[in-house]
Design a binder for this molecule. Sequence first.
Ligand code: HEM
Length: 507
Amino acid sequence: MLVSIILLFVCIGFIILQLKSRRPKNYPPGPPALPVLGNLLYLSLENPLKDFERLRKKYADVYSLFLGPKPMVILNGLSAIKEALVTKGTDFAGRPDDLFVNDVTQRKGLVLANVGPSWRDHRRFALSTLRNFGMGKNSMADRIHGELQYIVEAMEKNVGKSVNPAILVYNTASNIICQVLFGTRFEYDDEFIKVIVQCFRENAKLGSGPWAMLYDSFPLIRNLPLPFVKAFENFKTAVKYVRQFLDEHKKTRVPGDPRDFVDCYLDELDKRASEDSPFSEEELIANSLDLHFGGTDTTSNTLLTAFLYLMAYPHVQERCQQEIDEALEGKHSVTYDDRHNMPYIQAMIHEVQRIGNIVPLSIIHSTTKDTEVMGYSIPRGTLVIPNLGSALREEGQWKFPDEFNPENFLNDKGEFFKPEAFLCFSAGPRMCLGEGLARMELFFTLVTLLRKFRFVWPQDAGEPDLTLAYGITLSPKPYCMNVQLRATQGAARVNPNVRPLPVSPLT
Ligand code: HEM
């Protein structure tokens, strides 16, 4: 009797889910969905990128899937992505708030916040604070140059050797954003960096892997002690570390005279003390973690992709070095304005970003109201994945869509230009707010290092492996590079005001 009742309930549940996974009228097409599982069996849970491409060939630029019972629309190609994220920007600016990542971050922070006063005010605040601390200005250039001294020193110590650049590059990017956030940099073997990097790496992997998809698809498993539990522990650890900085800042700050992002936020908290405001110490911690992760993983993976391709395409590296030597002849160090005299370097950096496709599926969006894209109806609350990579290699948008070739960003006169399909930072109201900082970092780091060093693929390492490992960000597989001092090298000088750290061994 009991078994029959359970079976009856299971059948009713299946029928309800089946009905839920039916596509409404004029909804984008897609493969048939199974009850409970939705279209999970159509996707590799480890890396769905190839599946998304395969489904695009069958269903065209806008198609739909079910993540368990949740409806999800995938946008491919420039036209569909632009119509949704730019033309109908506010309709598509939402973020889902019942996914694994939302539970892990306790619905705090900026990156995953749904549209509303908290997201709007924190985004505005972050943008203006980054600008005040020099995003795109000379003061930021000085900070970046100061930090680059350490990577230059480390590379000098390793001339003639094969080294894995991953930790160096990660620490450089992390220290640049840490100076803006906390007014400090960390030694390469500092506990904070090691722990935070570990937490972020594990959470990025868990957040884009099979356990997150299963968590999102089957709410019943959420309380079970499965591997995704680690992500919650990692987040708590990261919060604990940032809270220490916050407590330190509260003791040492001078109100109205901010040293960094944390001080600015504390000033803002004072200003808003009497109103019902979305600003709070918990949000400060979560926003700092968002900016640190957003500013570190993306930029360092872009740099690692750049070194890999510059070794795999030595003629591109040589042409970059020739341009740097000519543009900076007689100059002590590079300024941000020098980029206007370096079209090939700019083209190379953009091409690395294009081919590296660092944030392939952007960050998941959701619709804030019933809307339309490319003639299809999309109900409010639908998950939306902008497949940025599909625009970055779209036929018809690029001279050489499937090749690594900086000519993709050069016109007939050899001048730099940026095609509309360059969507690495996404587009519209949720577009990356750190683009200005990222651009400066990429330019200064690559010009400074290429001016001084030549990077060569080690002879005993076989062919360079250009396949990228999937995660929230794509990254090259670990590799080593042989560092050589260039004969015609520019002055990558040590700033006398910055004390170089002892060089930690490159791993
Ligand atoms: C090469 C480097 C970078 C790339 C390729 C990149 C790419 C992206 C992408 C694709 C998004 C998603 C936009 C969307 O949802 O449509 C994003 C969002 C974001 N990025 Fe970046 N990013 C980079 C560097 C940075 C840096 C340096 C920072 C911090 C200073 C940063 C902070 C953020 C934040 C806070 C968001 C969320 C914006 C929001 O939801 O309103 N990013 N980024």
